[in-house]
Unconditional design. Structure first.
Length: 301
């Protein structure tokens, strides 16, 4: 995977994203372009499945940069996200030194905290130099992590460096391209947001979603693709626990194509709703009159 130059305009960013099948709206392409040019992290919020994570993957592939992903979760700590010491390897080194009669404790203390004993986790890996250029660092679903970890990110996002008490400060020779995503299950503190450029990734309008479906599911018929998009767009007007995102639209369109469907029918929709809706309560709501109403709206010419 060879490295590519950064786009030189918003149009260039649109072309770069489109070349990898990511059909972005111009406002997203603009903020992504500015993020690259200004060297600022890009903070993306929006519902699950609207393409926030995908943009990091697309940038990595299109620019020929390594993708380093940190998946956030409750309880995420420094040892899992940044670094830890290999205590087993350190213990072996101590035993070998003792067996060799090396009793210089100060030297031994220095030796066991050498870089070869350092286990580098995603955030530290993202600060390392790379011949292909600075990597793309994806900090995914930051809202799932604890606030204490969010605060720890401030040093990294401010100076792109990590301080390890036993080792010293490691600073990136070139800042990574940082994409942070959040499903907004909780608010992210202003201190972190101020260090980023922000964009809310919304559900796409029908025309763009249709283009996405045709791009990602090339074998789908024109009639079925239009019906799928109309159906999903209508579903998002319903009072569901979780409305389907673009990812679910693509999954459903793929499933229908695998079943050789040519148009939506009540039977076909009922049999495949599990590809589109992921909560039983939502599926239960899509029965009877509600299903007939949405299906009629989707299939009417």
């Amino acid at each position: 995977m060879s490295a590519s130059a950064l786009p030189k305009s918003v149009d260039g960013m649109l072309e770069l994203l489109t070349s990898r099948g990511y059909l972005a709206e111009r406002s997203l392409a603009t903020v992504a372009y500015l993020s690259l040019r200004m060297g600022r992290p890009l903070f993306l919020e929006g519902e699950a499945g609207v393409g926030k994570t995908e943009i990091a993957k697309v940038l990595s592939a299109a620019l020929g940069r390594k993708l380093i992903r940190l998946q956030c979760y409750e309880g995420l700590d420094v040892a899992s996200a940044v670094y830890e010491w290999s205590s087993a390897a350190q213990m072996i080194a101590i035993r070998l030194a003792e067996a060799a009669g090396d009793t210089d404790r100060e030297q031994l203390s220095s030796d066991i905290f050498a870089e070869r004993f350092l286990i580098k986790r995603p955030l530290l890996q993202a600060l390392e130099p790379d011949v292909a250029g600075a990597p793309v660092l994806l900090i995914d679903e930051l809202d799932r992590a604890d606030e204490a970890f969010e605060a720890y990110l401030l040093e990294i996002l401010s100076d792109f460096q990590v301080t390890i008490p036993e080792f010293g400060t490691i600073k990136a020779p070139q800042p990574p391209i940082v994409i942070i995503t959040s499903n907004r299950t909780r608010e992210i503190h202003d201190a972190l947001k101020r260090r980023c450029l922000y964009h809310w990734v919304d559900y796409p309008e029908a025309e763009r979603e249709l283009a996405i479906v045709k791009s990602r599911v090339p074998d789908i018929s024109a009639k079925l693709s239009q019906q799928v998009v109309r159906f999903v767009q209508a579903l998002r007007d319903q009072d569901f626990y979780k409305s389907p995102g673009v990812a679910e639209t693509i999954d459903w369109a793929t499933a229908l194509t695998e079943l050789d469907a040519r148009s939506l029918t009540p039977q076909m929709v009922g049999d495949t709703l599990g590809a589109l809706l992921k909560y039983q309560d939502d599926i239960a709501r899509m029965q009877g009159d509600t299903l007939q109403k949405v299906l009629k709206e989707a299939t009417s010419d």
